[in-house]
Structures are given as C-alpha cells and as structure tokens.
Design a protein around this ligand. Structure first.
Ligand code: MD6
Ligand code: FE
Length: 211
C-alpha cells in the first residue's frame, strides 16, 4: 500500500483534532513495558455499560483516577473496583509524552490525572460515543495507538453525523480538543493481524484531565 504520510507528519483530522504520525515510536518499548506493569497490578477487564452490555474492549487505568463503567453509570474512580486499591501511578514516560504531544498540538500545560488503557483483539470494537465524563472540556484528550492498526471513526457533534475513517497505526498520537472535544467517535472492529511487538493486539492510551 502507498505510504501517504511521512512517519512524523502531522494531519488535521478535524477542527482542533491533530494526528501526530509516529509521535510515540521513540517510546514504544517503554510504553509497552509500562502497560505490562500496570496490568500486573490492575488487570485488564471487560466492564459493563449502564445499559447492561459487556464491552468488547478490555480496560485498565493508571493515574490518580481511572475511568470505570458499571450498572450504576460512568465515573472517574480513585480506586480500581476489582482490587479495591488505588490505580497504579502514571508512569513518567506516559505523562511526559501526553504533555509534549498536547503542547505540539497547541494545548500547553496539559497535566492529565487519568490514563485509560484499552486493549483490542481481532473483532473488538468501540461504538460511537462522546468523551463527556470530564469536568472541563477546555482540556484536550491525548490518545496513543500501539500494536495492530485500527480504523478510527471520527464524527460530528450529533450522533447522526456520518463519521469519517481515520487509519491509526502503531505509534500514532491523536490530540483532540477545542471544537472537536465533544465529537462522536469510535473504533471499527479490529482486523486480524500480527504485530511484531504486541501480537494480535492493539493498545490505546487515552489521557484526560478528569478533575
Ligand atoms: C481508541 N479512543 O482509540 C479509543 N476518545 O481505542 C477514544 O475513545 C478516544 O482516541 C477521545 C479522544 C481520542 C480517542
Ligand atoms: Fe473516546
């Protein structure tokens, strides 16, 4: 397939949404090792939505608070409900990458308390949603893709707005804020494949200023 973008290129995918191609590649090994460390303390689990559906994405968190869902709703919780203890600390390599990527996209001083770690396997998808459980939409969301490629679906402010498809590769970072902050988005069912570092998996880190 034709390589349309240079490895470190920058692509506007919407107003206030920037894709930094390959921005996380320099940190790939440290990021993946840190995911292992986090999952050893707070294992990946498939949470249940308020409507009673089990998500196909497996999730864990690090940072002062973590995003959780159960029958009672969505929330940021300082404790992992599975272990009853605080989420693992946010590794320095996570916090630094998130802050620098945000700054490069025009959002200075991004200091996220929360990092949601998503794990996808072939067939796993994330249906269209808005990120709106945070208290302050002035801050962006920073999203890091690792492992198998995925098709990100980037819609508008209404659920009915037809999403555009954005391919996300290993090492890509999306910074998403301003007028895009409440855009509907999702991830298409992961295609099967084999990645040299993650096997048949994709990981996504989403950093948020939650408090
Ligand atoms: C994912 N990402 O890429 C899921 N949300 O696995 C998200 O839901 C997301 O990538 C807000 C901003 C960027 C994202
Ligand atoms: Fe999201």
């Amino acid at each position: 397939m034709l390589d349309l973008f240079p490895p470190e290129g920058r692509q506007e995918i919407g107003e206030g949404a920037v894709l930094l191609h390959g921005r996380a590649l320099a940190h790939q090994h440290a990021l993946l090792a840190a995911i292992e460390t986090i999952a050893a303390r707070s294992p990946f689990r498939r949470m249940v939505t308020p409507g009673g559906f089990q998500m196909s994405v497996a999730m864990t968190n690090c940072g002062r608070v973590g995003w959780v869902t159960d029958r009672s709703g969505y929330r940021y919780d300082p404790n992992d409900p599975e272990t009853g203890t605080p989420w693992p600390d946010m590794p320095e390599v996570f916090a630094t990458l998130a802050r620098e990527a945000a700054r490069e996209a025009g959002f200075d001083g991004f200091a996220p308390e929360a990092c949601l770690v998503n794990r996808y396997e072939p067939g796993t998808r994330l249906s269209l949603h808005q990120d709106k459980d945070e208290r302050n939409y002035a801050h962006p969301v920073v999203s890091v893709s690792l492992g198998l490629p995925a098709t990100f679906q980037f819609g508008g402010l209404k659920r009915s707005d037809r999403p555009t498809k954005v391919p996300l590769q290993h090492g890509d970072v999306v910074v998403w804020g301003g007028p895009s902050r409440l855009a509907f988005h999702g991830v298409a069912a992961l295609k099967d494949g084999e990645h040299p570092l993650t096997g048949r998996r994709r990981y996504n880190l989403t950093f948020r200023k939650a408090l």
